[in-house]
Ligand binder design. Structure first.
Ligand SMILES: *Cc1c(COP(=O)(O)O)cnc(C)c1O
Length: 394
């Protein structure tokens, strides 16, 4: 067999074979790229019976199938839905699982545009959001209302890197389900960890979402989102995705599938370099805290070790209080760390941020300025030297 799903229990090996079949591709290693809108049917009868298994470009293609199958396998999901961006994966999921009058529990550490969607679009649809402390654990049970339909997690938190007690939160949702047969769906934004570092469905979560824009694509040259879910949740979300006309571009799907081939080695490199830099930063006098859950100093390190199989390349640093001009001197003068949104590509990035501007359920405990680092594949000693020169300017 050439390609396809060979017998393997290792993600590292699976990534090499998932979603391809060289025999079906005239021997070529990779599956062909299907671009298309119209799908032809030879007869009226074949049209009513579903033709070759495809209906219309928006509703899937062999290119879609290949990446969806790979994601199902990696996430242990029944169904994966592809969307044009990570944010659209989040919004399509929420629209698919919520209706007017429902209530959603949203972690206070969520990606900021996820919050905006709750505060604007969901609010206008008469769906109420309550933000909760990401470290609430089983205490979430007390926040569940009669109309709570979704509990949304993101672990570690965007920018702030709290690790959530996923089994405790899933347990509270399941206890409510059993008590009165209501359906509370648990959803997680799993972008930071990728399915190589955390498998939320194996912990009982119903839906695992990725901004594939980050590590799957890995080269900052495309956007894509994935929603991997149990059969029941997946069916509801797919229905909504189709009703909204949501579909990913086939070229981007192909790039994401290609990205999976090297995901394991890229992540290992991101993780190793990030931890080395994080440890180096922790020892600097100018630094108050380094927020990377794989560091033993991280307050949730034990939870992290229990549920995750490793770390990745994104973390934050809190500096001792200094004025804005000093932070600008530090960041503006960096030579190798570029400043820009997003992350997961080959290049190291940095952004200054201030969670006080959007958090509502928890108090940000730090006074000083915060910087988020994505560590790319540059020479680690040169990255350190770049930051050391930044500290001189600071
Ligand atoms: C970037 C990001 C998103 C949004 O993804 P896009 O592909 O940029 O739309 C969602 N969640 C997290 C955690 C992210 O970092």
């Amino acid at each position: 067999m050439s390609g396809g799903n060979r017998n393997s229990n290792s993600d590292k090996t699976k990534l090499i074979h998932l979603g391809r079949d060289s025999e079906a591709s005239q021997g070529f290693v990779n599956p062909p790229l299907y671009r298309g809108s119209t799908v032809l049917f030879p007869t009226v009868r074949s049209m009513s019976e579903g033709g070759y298994g495809y209906w219309y470009g928006r509703k899937g293609s062999p290119t879609y199938d290949a990446f969806e199958r790979a994601m199902n396998e990696l996430e242990g999901a029944a169904e994966t839905i592809l969307t044009p961006s990570g944010l659209s994966a989040i919004t399509t999921t929420l629209l698919g699982l919520l209706k007017a009058g429902d209530h959603i529990l949203m972690t206070d550490s969520a990606y900021q545009p996820t919050r905006s969607f709750c505060d604007t679009t969901l609010k206008a649809l008469n769906i109420e959001t309550t933000y909760y402390d990401p470290r609430i654990g089983s205490g979430i049970a007390e926040m569940i209302r009669d109309n709570t339909a979704v509990i949304f997690m993101e672990s570690p938190g965007s920018q702030s890197f709290e690790i959530q007690d996923i089994p405790a939160i899933v347990g509270a949702a399941e206890a409510t389900r059993r008590a009165d047969e209501r359906q509370i769906t648990t959803v997680i934004d799993n972008t930071w960890a990728t399915p190589l570092r955390l498998k939320p469905l194996s912990l009982g979560v119903d839906v695992s979402i990725h901004s594939g824009t980050k590590y799957f694509i890995g080269h900052a040259d495309a956007l894509i989102g994935t929603i991997s879910a149990t059969a029941t949740s997946g069916a509801a979300i797919r229905k909504t995705a189709w009703s909204l006309g949501i579909c990913a571009g086939p070229d981007d799907v192909q790039l994401a599938l290609r990205g999976l081939r090297t995901l394991s080695v890229r992540l290992d490199a991101h993780e190793k370099a990030a931890l080395e830099l994080a440890t180096w930063l922790e020892a600097r006098d100018e630094v108050v805290a380094v927020l990377h859950p794989a560091l033993p100093s991280h307050p949730d390190h034990d939870l992290f070790k229990r549920d995750f199989t490793g770390g990745t390349g994104l973390f934050s640093v809190i500096l001792k209080p200094v004025d804005e001009a000093a932070v600008a001197r530090f960041v503006d003068g960096l030579n190798l760390f570029a400043m820009g949104w997003s992350w997961g590509g080959y290049e190291s990035l940095v952004i200054p941020f201030d969670p006080r501007s959007y958090r509502s359920a928890t108090k940000w405990p730090y006074e000083g300025p915060a910087l988020r680092f994505h560590v790319g594949h540059e020479d680690i000693d040169e990255l350190k030297a770049d930051l050391a020169a930044g500290f001189e300017r600071l």
